[in-house]
Ligand binder design. Structure first.
Ligand code: ADP
Length: 260
């Protein structure tokens, strides 16, 4: 078909690729992707994000990007925000327009993002997947067989159950599950106590159950607190890890970035 090979799959590629997955929307998958990326870049790593959350793309806004990528000859130059290179399907559709794409088109768009974009040398590439276990997750596994999965959940048991389903896709795709990230774990109160708004234990149970299903070690990599400043930072396009580096959420991302 003349399709180019995916540079991240070449034997000489040193890029670590993580696909960030969740069972359902609203658990903070994109927030985790954006903040983790910026945190890694802040440590001096060369980082890229492919926003593959085709129906709910939010990465450009969270990083303060609104323009369109530029084209040079046959290649597309990614946009850069806070030292992170970004490609999003959101850069190709008008903001208020719904994206109605079928599986094969999504696959081709993702393939183009990986082959026709001038990423340069990257240390880490993060893919923000759509929630659930859809076509894109399968495409990622086909196009990037060496990519590892990160599963985001909240502590709530209902959320944890669907997150587990999203993580168990790794049995079919033969991907490694790098670990589980629990988001919205608690809110730090002024008196130093923790208010567990969404209960507790979801992240640990997802990690434990997926370890049994996949017969591999699955670490709970981080517990990110609920933090108003995280939401404000995302809305303003400056992730909390840069805007409020001393906040509990920023410190949790810092530890997460160190652990990868
Ligand atoms: P998803 O990608 O899973 O749909 P988002 O990352 O878009 O979820 O997050 C959903 C909403 O919750 C956003 O408004 C985001 O700013 C907010 N949010 C996510 N994580 C946190 C957190 N730890 N503290 C406060 N707000 C958060």
């Amino acid at each position: 078909s003349g399709a180019r090979d995916v540079p991240f799959n070449r034997p000489e590629s040193l890029t670590k690729v993580y696909a960030v997955a969740s069972g359902k929307g609203g658990v903070g998958k994109s927030s985790v992707t954006a903040n983790l990326a910026v945190s890694l870049a802040d440590k001096g790593l060369r980082v890229g994000i492919v926003d593959a959350d085709i129906y709910g793309f939010s990465i450009p806004g969270m990083l303060g990007l609104s323009g369109k990528p530029t084209r040079v000859d046959e290649m597309i130059l990614p946009q850069v925000a806070h030292d992170v290179k970004v490609m999003s399907i959101g850069m190709f559709v008008p903001p208020s327009q719904a994206v109605v794409w079928r599986g094969p088109m999504l696959h081709r768009a993702l393939q183009q993002f990986l082959t026709d974009v001038f990423w340069g040398d990257l240390d880490v590439l993060l893919l923000d997947l759509p929630p659930g276990t859809g076509d894109i997750a399968i495409s990622v596994a086909q196009l990037l067989p060496e990519s590892e999965l990160l599963v985001v959940t909240t502590p709530q048991s209902a959320a944890a159950q669907v997150a587990e389903r999203a993580g168990s896709i790794a049995t079919q795709t033969k991907q490694t599950l790098a670990g589980v990230i629990e988001n919205m774990s608690w809110m730090e109160m002024p008196d130093g106590t923790r208010m567990e708004v969404f209960g507790s234990g979801g992240g640990a149970s997802v990690a434990e159950n997926l370890a049994a299903t996949l017969d591999q070690e699955v670490p709970l990599l981080a517990q990110i607190p609920l933090d108003t400043r995280l939401r404000e930072g995302s809305d303003a396009g400056t992730p909390v890890v840069l805007g409020n580096p001393d906040s509990p959420a920023a410190r949790a991302f810092d530890t997460l970035a160190e652990s990868l």
